[in-house]
Design a protein around this ligand. Structure first.
Ligand code: AMP
Ligand code: ZN
Length: 120
């Protein structure tokens, strides 16, 4: 999508610190890390968010599975043996600021309690 920040990162028009890439998925370091390890895992195909995933779209189920599998693979490779978290924010109430589906992979330290008001 033309004016989408993450589509520009996929195309290399905006620089990023890439940590993983395959035909369908890109993972790169978050520019404002909320934890010692904070990686964004995105589909190369523009999908607005988790709310826009649809069984009517041929590749969506495969991509959604690959995003989560990639999180596990990266967590293992990065040595997050004591645990980690994936988060996807959706629309305004969910705190989504970039409208291109992404999972935050967070770890490398004790993460905040979901009972608190902290997002991460
Ligand atoms: P969200 O608020 O869930 O939509 O997450 C968007 C994330 O993108 C935030 O954690 C930002 O820090 C991150 N972000 C914004 N611009 C960039 C960029 N150019 N490179 C890497 N991460 C970015
Ligand atoms: Zn996009």
């Amino acid at each position: 999508m033309k004016d989408c920040l993450f589509c520009k990162i996929v195309k290399g028009e905006i620089p990023s610190e890439r940590v993983y890439e395959d035909d369908d998925i890109l993972a790169f370091k978050d520019i404002a890390p909320a934890a010692h390890v904070h990686i964004l895992i995105i589909p190369k195909l523009h999908i607005d968010g988790a709310d826009a995933l649809s069984h009517d779209e041929p590749k969506h189920a495969e991509i959604a599975g690959n995003l989560i599998m990639t999180a596990g693979k990266l967590a293992h490779e990065l040595g997050l043996k004591d645990g980690w978290r994936i988060v996807t924010n959706v629309l305004t109430h969910g705190g989504q600021t970039v409208r291109h589906l992404h999972f935050h992979l967070l770890g490398g330290e004790q993460l905040g309690d979901f009972g608190s008001k902290l997002l991460f």
